[in-house]
Design a protein around this ligand. Structure first.
Ligand SMILES: O=C(O)CCC(=O)C(=O)O
Length: 258
């Protein structure tokens, strides 16, 4: 575990906290251990939490991933979604999953908005990234600004493009040095995620992490979504067209209204 730094003071926002509570995403949505893991290690892995029918629906939503989107490289296995609508009901459900929203609140400690949503499906032989953080934007250097989640649709093994993480590195609040930002670089304390299909990794976006090469060629499909502190709303945001079935509290928490 790496060193600590002061937390920023945070203003209260009663309406946002009420909306979280209405969605079942109040503080009780996380166990004490899960909260501590987010604070100390910078990540939490919710194992096998997606029930089979939902997992199948997510996989079906993922089917056309290379064909639609806003950016990234489908070739490299990364496709940001420009828009989401009623056809992606399983994805919309994931975005408002109470334990995910509670984890985002735990890290950011202030209102947030949905950021980018993407498919991450490293192609055989591809997917190796350098260690990085998911935030390079402006903002209070004493606060955290982004939370990232990966919904694993397949089992994640050390050789099908697992995510690697450096526990505690979010507390450094700076990007990895050049040698570690190189895809060939390794941190002595990095850990590689292994998880069952239907598991969800949520991490502080300031944590040093990366995808790794899919050496086996076995699929490692994942839905990736980010939450940014509300003052950064609009930065690289996937547009959500669906407002019919989305509860008002969810629209509020995802920053989809007004
Ligand atoms: O796919 C992964 O495991 C991590 C992806 C990632 O870190 C990124 O795309 O920034």
């Amino acid at each position: 575990m790496l060193g600590a730094m002061e937390e920023a003071a945070t203003p209260r926002d009663a309406a946002f906290e009420e909306a979280l509570a209405a969605l079942g995403a109040g503080p009780a949505a996380l166990s004490a251990g899960e909260g501590r893991a987010l604070d100390d290690a910078g990540y939490v892995l919710f194992r096998s939490v997606v029930e089979p029918a939902w997992l199948e629906a997510l996989r079906a939503d993922c089917e056309g991933w290379g064909a639609w989107g806003a950016g990234g490289s489908a070739q490299g296995g990364n496709q940001q979604l420009a828009r989401l609508g009623e056809h992606q009901g399983a994805v919309l459900r994931a975005l408002r999953w109470p334990r995910l929203l509670a984890a985002a609140w735990r890290v950011l400690r202030r209102p947030f908005s949905l950021g980018a949503v993407a498919w991450r499906c490293p192609r055989p032989g591809l997917g190796q990234q350098g260690l990085h953080m998911d935030w390079s934007g402006p903002g209070d250097p004493g606060a955290f600004h982004v939370v990232t989640a990966l919904w694993y649709l397949d089992e994640v093994t050390p050789d099908n493009g697992a995510t690697r993480l450096v526990p505690g590195s979010h507390k450094l609040r700076r990007r990895p040095p050049k040698d570690l930002a190189d895809p060939a670089g390794h941190h002595p304390q990095e850990v590689t995620v292994e998880a069952e299909a239907g598991s969800v990794l949520v991490f502080n976006g300031h944590l040093w992490h990366s995808g790794t090469r899919n050496r086996s060629g076995a699929p490692r499909r994942a839905l990736q979504c980010g939450f940014v502190a509300r003052e950064h709303r609009g930065v690289s945001m996937t547009v959500v067209d669906e407002t019919e079935t989305m509860p008002p509290a969810a629209r509020h928490v995802l920053g989809l209204m007004g």
